[in-house]
Design a protein around this ligand. Structure first.
Ligand code: UD1
Ligand code: CA
Length: 450
């Protein structure tokens, strides 16, 4: 059965107190919207339609950065969740298969839960995801008997008796596509909020003799973000889950509570991650690599046997082959380091290619930016870059070449050559003593006020 997704993301999120649309606030380095899209993507959807409203252009751009096949419909005025879904009808009503409605501000629905909903569709035309709430608060209440669902009642419209039910609506719905859009077209707004409630489709389906069912998930999955405090809670919940998953997958975390993962972090078995390591988006750490404490990693790939840190920063495009060693206070950006390369201390390597087993001495800088454009540095295999070498790009250093410490390299260095590009040293006998004597006498005169 093919699946399409409708992701509701039109709301402003007034309670965030923000210029930014709610679904673009970040958890684990990615907008909330990406978390919802990631959950849906596990079902391999044929179409993904995002309903935009507040900040529509920004929201669409963010959605496209996650999935460039995503489609958009504008809900110019937010007239309720039912009205929001109805906006997708021109795109999806004839798409066939099933449609799953997700919320852009609900990041933790698991793929397994969506699969269970799909499976429940075998028995029901409409399947709603419910949960038992510790504090049901203002959630919509599910009127159900076992897996059979009869009605959803919004809090504002509920009697005290209905409000005492703790089985609540997560908002996620899976239904036959054709039936979903037929039902949504019939939703009115004669209720306490004057909104078109998506939740009304359950009662309408029942009245037509169609069956509706409920699938129950843990409350943690349904956590929605409405305030900054909930955003912080969501970050905490994400990290707790990511740390537990990493440990479960055979990764050593010396101090799990100090490691922060991104939505798409991949860490292989037997990798060792020290305390206070921060993963930005787009990081892969292969099996057996070791990340020492206090590293910040983003958009990089770290191969088997590599060691990084402590106190290293890998920025987007850093590609570390096997057994590369990156030491303390080293920054690598948009550079490919072949097998066994060592950059041990205090260096900046940006826009560079470094051949296998080359050693980069302490304090080396690839001067990649001329104030207007970026240029590349290419260093061959088994080269030795002396400490404090400035490599003024574009520049090439050949295989097996050596640069003298403190050199400013502005011209290509042939393979196997030594490049010295610094002033020759001169020693002036006794001159230091004479200089100090003169300085001391000047200081003495000054202190006498002369
Ligand atoms: C909704 C459900 C409620 C459920 C709760 C779970 C309805 C009527 N109520 O209530 O049963 O317990 O979610 O969190 O569905 N949105 C739009 N366009 C609109 C309205 C909403 O895109 O016109 C989006 C919002 O941006 C948000 C989501 O839909 O992401 C849910 O809307 P919200 O107003 O928060 O619904 P609730 O009142 O929380
Ligand atoms: Ca809400």
């Amino acid at each position: 059965m093919s699946v399409s997704l409708v992701i509701l993301a039109a709301g402003q999120g007034t309670r965030m107190n923000s210029e930014r649309p709610k679904v673009l606030h970040h958890v684990a380095g990615s907008p909330l919207l990406h978390h919802a899209m990631a959950a849906g993507r596990a079902l391999d959807p044929v179409r993904t339609v995002v309903v935009t409203g507040h900040g529509a252009d920004e929201v669409a751009k963010a959605a496209r950065s996650f999935d460039d096949t995503a489609e958009f419909v504008l809900q110019a005025e937010q007239k309720g969740t039912g009205h929001a879904v109805a906006q997708a009808a021109p795109l999806l009503a004839n798409a066939g298969g099933d449609t799953i409605v997700l919320y852009g501000d609900t990041p933790f629905i698991r793929a397994e839960t969506l699969e269970a909903m799909q499976a429940a569709r075998a028995k029901h035309a409409v399947v709603v995801l419910g949960f038992h709430a510790a504090d049901p608060g203002r959630y919509g209440r599910l009127i159900a008997d076992g897996e059979n669902l009869y009605r959803i009642v919004e809090y504002k419209d509920a009697t005290d008796e209905v409000r005492s039910i703790n089985l609540c609506n997560s908002g996620v719905i899976c239904a036959d596509t054709r039936i979903l859009f037929d039902l949504v077209a019939e939703v009115g707004n004669d209720n306490a909020s004057g909104e078109h409630y998506l939740t009304d489709i359950v009662g309408i389906a029942r009245a037509k003799g169609l069956s509706a069912g409920v699938v129950i998930c843990p409350e943690a999955e349904t956590l929605g973000v409405n305030t900054r405090a909930q955003l912080a809670e969501a970050e905490q919940a994400f990290q707790a889950r990511a740390r537990a998953d990493a440990l479960e997958n055979g990764v050593t975390l010396t101090a799990p509570e100090t490691v922060f993962f991104a939505l798409d972090t991949v860490v292989g078995r037997d990798a060792i991650i020290g305390p206070n390591v921060i993963f930005g988006p787009g990081v892969t750490v292969e099996s057996g690599a070791q990340i020492l404490p206090f590293c910040h990693l983003e958009g990089c790939h770290i191969s088997r046997g590599a060691t990084v840190g402590p106190f290293a920063r890998l920025r987007p495009g850093a590609e570390l082959a096997e057994d590369v060693h990156i030491g303390n206070f080293v920054e690598i950006k948009n550079s490919i380091l072949d097998e066994g390369v060592k950059v041990g201390h205090l260096s900046y390597i940006g826009d560079a290619d470094v051949g296998e087993f080359t050693n980069i001495g302490a304090g080396t800088v690839t001067c990649n930016y001329d104030g207007v454009m970026k240029h590349r540095t290419t260093i061959g295999k088994r080269a030795f870059i002396g400490s404090d070498t400035m490599l003024v790009a574009p520049v090439r250093v050949g295989d097996g070449a050596l640069t003298g410490s403190g050199s400013v390299i502005t011209e290509d260095v042939p393979a196997e050559a030594i490049a010295l590009a610094r002033a020759r040293q001169v020693n002036k006998a006794g001159l230091a003593t004479k200089l100090f004597e003169r300085l001391r006498s000047i200081k003495a005169q000054k202190s006498k006020g002369l």
